[in-house]
Structures are given as structure tokens and as C-alpha cells.
Design a protein around this ligand. Sequence first.
Ligand code: TXA
Ligand code: MG
Length: 362
Amino acid sequence: MIINRSYAHRRVEMVKTVIVNVDPINPDISAIDGVAKGIREGKIAAFPTETVYGLGADTFNVDAVRKIFEAKGRPLDNPLIVHIYHEKQLDLIAKEVPEIAKVLIERFWPGPITLILPKKPSVPDEVTAGLPTVAVRMPAHPVALLLIERSSTPIAAPSANLSGRPSPTDASHVVKDLLDRVDYIISAGKTPFGVESTILDLTKDKPTILRPGPITVEDLLTVLEEVEISEAALAERPYKGIAEAPGMKYRHYSPEAPLILIEGENVVDRAKSVAIKYLREGRRVGILTCDENVSKYPENCYRISLGSLSKPYTIAHNLFSSLRKFDEVGVDVIVAEGLPSKGIFFAVNNRLRKASSEIIRK
Ligand code: TXA
Ligand code: MG
């Protein structure tokens, strides 16, 4: 397949977006059916999942899949995740399902883990960016599951943000990025986890994490003997070599202001001195911190706490909306505290690293 990167930057055809409000737990079937009909006709729709909002199309409709790339301004060499509502749809997508995948599916689906498997030839190259593998997941969200079922087709969907921006954890974020660039936005409140699914590659010698997420290394080790962690998942910068999850090679999740990430020892003291340096230059400084540390920073910084360190899932839940909040208030620079890479903090730190323009380590 010839991948023409400029295609992704072509002018987007403007459409009138239909916003469909539904209850996240008991979605109205007739409302979802209207969107499902659109998906079957080749339209694209943003919908909530338990991680972040996705922007979906019929996996087997190449023209519809192309519209996703156009609407997001996404490079065509960055493949999409295929979402299914039932294990029986796996046969449409994956050439084979290894034993290990069956164990993981039994334990974690529906849920926030994406598996990389060998693809069926019928899955379009546009979805997988020409790779011989496909990313599949079954989301644990009533709206997503119902939409996929009623569309009668697996739904290919990246996160529903403009390429490079923080992933959307609330319908308002999708509206901000994609209004009149997509056919539908299903609005159903905030997404529970707030960071994207764990991506686990099962086509390598050992199961390999390409992107850390809500299903943690510790969770995986309850069913797997060992787990490899790819360089892409560690997101050390500057990143050298070929990214295994193609999407991991781009700067991501980024607020408009540059984000400086402080890692290592004495994070608060070091973050504070960086903040004070910028304040002295007359800059408006944003601080991304936690409940335990928020009062330690100068009051003339714009401080956002992600929550208490004792509630790691709350911290993850608040991450992307906080990055967007800094854009709204308009800071010149953001100084962020790094977290210990354990449990779901591994995913949070990965996103912070990907969002950063500089990491200061000690
Ligand atoms: O939680 C999620 O995973 C959300 C919701 C909407 O499901 N989706 C999401 O999609 O985060 P996206 O497109 O933002 O990220 C998908 C990642 C990209 O980094 C892409 O490169 C990687 O999955 N990916 C897709 N297919 C792949 C493949 N065959 N091999 C390796 N990486 C793949
Ligand atoms: Mg994304």
C-alpha cells in the first residue's frame, strides 16, 4: 500500500454534526440505532468507551475509515483499533487466536486492554496501516457495546481528538476538537478510566506491552508468566529507533503550552525552582501536581491537582481533562510532577512523557 502522508492534512469536508445525548448506563436503543444506521451507511461517529471517547467507522468500509484520518488530521501510517461487542466478531478480524489470547480475553474482556493479533486479509490496509497485524478490543461501556452490536460490524476507532491533542474524556472535549468534522457525537458524560487501553502485542515471542494502560503489568502477571515492556511503552525521550506501536512515535496528548516533566528525586523542590524561574521571567506558569503537594507551590502559579496519590485511578481519570484545562486558562508553560511507574501510574507517566517537550531527570 502506498501511504501518502499529505492525505491526512487535506482540507476536511465540513458536515453538520448531530449530537446525540444518551444515558451512559441505560442508553436509549432508538437513539443508538440512528447512529448505527449512519455507521452502516459509511458515516463516522464519536462514542464513549470506558477509557476515552473513540471516533468510529465500519471497519470494512475503506471510504468511511479514510474519513476518520481526515477528520483527526491523523497520519495514515498510524493504525486504528478495531472494537467488537462479542467474541464471535473476533473471527472477522483475526487470522488466529492463540491460546494465550483466549486466557486474556476470558479474564479481561470486556475491558481496557487491546490485543495485537495476526490479521485476516479482509481487514483493510487503511485500518492496519498495511501491517500484517490488527489491534482488537472489546470495550466495557454499555454505549460502545450497543453501538457496535446495532451497527452489525466491528467498529474501527482511534481516540476522538484532533491528532496530537489530549484524548477526550468528556463529550465536551470531542465537541471542541471535532464539531462539524464528524457526522455524530454520542454524548454520555465522562469516561470512567480516562486513559487509553493497555496495548499488548501477542505476535511476538513474549507478550509485549506497547502502551501501558488501565490493565496494569501487575494485573497481567496474574495470568501471564512474563511480560515484556517495549521501548515505546517506556517512552524515554528522545525516542530512538522504530516505534512498535506506530502511534507512539509522535508527540501526543499535548496541551498548547510546553510541558516540562520533572522526574527522579526531590520532585517538588525541583519543580518549584523551575516554576519560580519562569515566574521571574513574567510567564504564566501552570503546575500539575497532586493533593499532597499542591500547597507547596507559589500561589501565583495556576495549580491543578490530579487528586490524592492514594487514589491512582482518580489521578489517571483527571489527567487529560487537566491538560485541556491549562489550554482554557492559557498558561505559557506547564511544570508537571513525574510519578513512580507502578500500577496505573505507569500509564499516567507514559502519557506525561509523550506530552512533554522536556524531561528533567536527576
Ligand atoms: O482505549 C483506547 O484504546 C481508545 C478507545 C477509543 O478504544 N483508542 C485509542 O486509539 O487510544 P488510538 O488510535 O488513539 O491509539 C491506538 C494505538 C496507536 O498507538 C496505534 O499505533 C496502535 O494502537 N496500534 C493500532 N494497530 C496496531 C498494530 N497492528 N500494531 C501495533 N500497534 C497498533
Ligand atoms: Mg489517540
